[in-house]
Design a protein around this ligand. Structure first.
Ligand SMILES: *[C@@H]1O[C@H](CO)[C@@H](O)[C@H](O)[C@H]1NC(C)=O
Length: 433
């Protein structure tokens, strides 16, 4: 009944399983309730962002973590490769990876090739968070570590590499305790930075006026968090639930932390199907594929993570009824694109744009990652969904942002969020708040 085509199957499944499919913005409408041209301008004047490499627009680089980030990354991948060729490794090494603090791998591998990076070094253009600022009509928020920046429109506290040491690294190096030490540290750091920022604001104010940011007009954006928390769980299925729960607990504490500082409007992004990225495809066994052709084990773990995250957001919403929590379903957005990627202008769903041209299926080789000698960048990056085998292209960030804001891939939708916000403000005004 179903043609033997993975996208057709995927599409059918998505249609059956997902109550409201995301609309395709370029085609206007799918669902009558979904606005195809939501005007966000002026709806929030301040944005505070947190997260990892998909949200970081400079912190990691500014604090000098980038060398360690890349160095640790290469070392880790080499370790994974060695293990894989040794036959005992069939799992995944996760999404973006790093050595927090540089302590785990340190980038001291004399044999690694030179890696050159620019900007945040991890993507070929604007991030979701930068599109958000554009849409709101505010200057793009600057990384908190840029001490010369103008923070009048908010700040970005995200750090590439947060909580993203790959499981293979820890499992095979018996560093499980270090792994868990890094998680609260990195997220504590972002919360600490934010608390310092608020304190400083109270003392001086953005324009020397004193006071505090107006939380009624501030949007908090928690980018994907814990991308590799579950990457750590391959081959330890007995504890995968526990590990996922740990990640969710950290996120919960984090959210409670920002709420205690007055956060009201909070977008929490789920995790994308990282099992569809070349990194995970290349490092997992071809026998472990799901119906989309992606690494099944890691995607199952991501699904579980997202499910728990949504439950958590539901309980937070009950605990803090004056806040509005929005779940940004990047999994759904990604699947929506994959199921009809041509409609979004993509021709390459799985092949990396930047990497080694060795004729391989994914343009991806752990030994020759984007930026190493001999790697090249494709001529039409906009046709690729994947940038370097580990991160999405800027074109994907653009599409995902549209699916979030106009395509109904958030719950509640942005349109509903704006309605709730203006209703709350009317109530505040009538009570004279
Ligand atoms: C910071 O940016 C805001 C908005 O763009 C502007 O009004 C303000 O003058 C800037 N502050 C400084 C110190 O440049």
């Amino acid at each position: 009944m179903v043609p033997c085509n993975k996208y057709a199957i995927l599409f059918l499944q998505a249609a059956v399983m997902v109550a409201v499919l995301c609309a395709v913005p370029s085609h206007g409408k799918i669902d009558g309730q979904i606005s195809s041209s939501l005007n966000l301008a002026g709806s929030f004047d301040t944005v505070f962002a947190f997260g990892d490499s998909d949200t970081d627009n400079g912190n990691c680089r500014l604090i000098g973590g980038f060398r360690n980030f890349v160095g640790g990354w290469l070392n880790t991948l080499k370790g994974a490769m060695a293990l894989q060729s040794g036959g005992g490794f069939g799992g995944s090494v996760g999404g973006a990876v790093s050595a927090p603090g540089g302590s785990a791998a340190g980038g001291s591998d004399g044999g690694s090739k030179q890696v050159t990076v620019s900007g945040n070094g991890l993507i070929n253009g604007k991030l979701i968070i930068e599109h958000l600022c554009d849409a709101l009509g505010i200057p793009s928020i600057q990384p908190y570590q840029n001490h010369a920046a103008n923070f009048s429109s908010g700040a970005n506290f995200a750090v590439a590499g947060s909580t993203t040491l790959p499981g293979s690294f820890f499992l095979h190096n018996n560093l499980l305790s270090l792994m868990w030490k890094t998680v609260p540290e990195t997220f504590d750091t972002q919360l600490q930075w934010f608390n310092n920022f608020i304190q400083n604001f109270k003392n001086k104010g953005a324009g020397g006026k004193g006071g505090k940011p107006n939380m009624d007009n501030t949007l908090f954006w928690l980018g994907g968090v814990g991308k590799s928390d579950f990457a750590r769980i391959h081959r330890v299925s007995a504890s995968s639930e526990w590990l996922t729960q740990q990640a969710i607990d950290h996120i919960t504490k984090f959210i409670q932390g920002i709420v205690s500082q007055g956060a009201k409007y909070i977008v929490v992004q789920g995790l994308p199907p990282v099992g569809c990225l070349p990194l995970d495809l290349a490092t997992s066994s071809v026998t472990e594929r799901d119906q989309n052709g992606c690494a099944a084990r890691i995607n199952n773990a991501v699904m579980r993570h997202n499910e728990l995250l949504q439950q958590t957001i539901g309980s937070l919403q009950k605990s803090f009824p004056k806040c509005v929590f929005v779940y940004a379903d990047i999994w759904k957005a990604y699947m929506q694109v994959l199921s009809g990627y041509h409609q979004y202008g993509f021709t390459e769903p799985f092949k990396a744009c930047c990497g080694i041209r060795d004729g391989s299926q994914y343009n991806f080789n752990l030994k020759d990652l984007c930026g190493t000698l001999g790697t090249t960048v494709c001529s039409e990056a906009n046709k690729h969904m994947v940038w370097d085998g580990i991160h999405f292209t800027a074109a994907m960030h653009t599409v995902i942002f549209k699916l979030f804001t106009e395509g109904g891939c958030t719950h509640p939708t942005f349109e509903q969020l704006l309605k709730i916000k203006s209703a709350a403000q009317k109530v505040d005004q009538s009570v004279g708040a």
